[in-house]
Write a protein that binds this ligand. Structure first.
Ligand code: AR6
Length: 205
């Protein structure tokens, strides 16, 4: 799926975030999402997600931290992947990380122009990461706040997309086997945004 396909899917509303859906309380889902503030490279889960760039050859931000912590063998494996399109995801081993796998996803660089396309691409990052996780028998996954650092996506908009996509996935047939989605935030400000929005998508009973 290239960017145009993702944009087309968005227009046909396959990927469109269901903005004003009122999600029903589902107590069992509350045990399957969590918020953690800290360094994602220290999180011991089946897979952590990397906010990568299209080269998949490392960079700054969380990408730099993951490559530094995983060691040079990660870069060797990434060299064989031939990059990744925006909105897509690819998997590697975790090497020196506590996490067994790393799912590298490429978020959009935010611009006010093409807002809808950016939203579709960010939705696709979460969706393809979760699908790839299921394909690899991964049962828990930790996400950083994709695109909201160097790529400048506004944190509240990005968090709506992250939570909406996770809720839809956990409600779906393939998501049923999934144990836990962990959202990892770095700053206090981002933590407050997640704390405010989580009850909209995962309402308490
Ligand atoms: N653990 C958890 N979250 C972190 C960590 C960490 N160790 N370090 C940073 N964050 P960013 P992007 C947060 O910029 O916007 C790279 O150069 C950070 O505070 O890492 O998708 C890539 O190679 C922010 O909330 O990713 C790309 O070129 C979030 O992670 C580009 O940056 C994402 O910020 C991708 O930019």
């Amino acid at each position: 799926k290239d960017i145009n396909t993702i944009a087309a899917l968005y227009k046909s509303s396959v990927l469109k975030p269901a903005a004003k859906v009122q999600f029903q309380p589902n107590p069992s889902l509350l045990d399957r999402i969590s918020l953690f503030q800290g360094d994602i490279t220290r999180v011991d889960v089946d897979a952590i997600v990397n906010a990568a760039n299209r080269s998949l050859l490392g960079g700054g931000g969380v990408d730099g931290a993951i490559h530094a912590a995983a060691g040079h063998k990660l870069l060797e494996e990434c060299r064989g992947l031939n990059g990744c399109l925006t909105g897509e995801s690819k998997i590697t081993r975790g090497y020196k990380l506590p996490a067994r796998h790393i799912i590298h996803t490429v978020g959009p660089v935010y611009t006010f122009r093409d807002k809808e396309e950016k939203a579709a691409q960010l939705t696709s990052c979460y969706k393809t990461s979760l699908e790839l996780a299921v394909d690899n028998a991964i049962r828990h996954i930790a996400f950083p706040s994709i695109s909201t650092g160097i790529y400048s996506y506004p944190i509240a908009d990005a968090t709506h997309i992250a939570l909406n996509t996770a809720r839809m996935f956990l409600d779906s047939e393939q998501g049923r086997k999934f144990e836990r989605v962990i959202f990892v935030v770095w700053s206090n400000e981002d933590k407050h945004v997640y704390e405010k929005l989580i009850p909209e998508y995962f309402p308490p009973a």
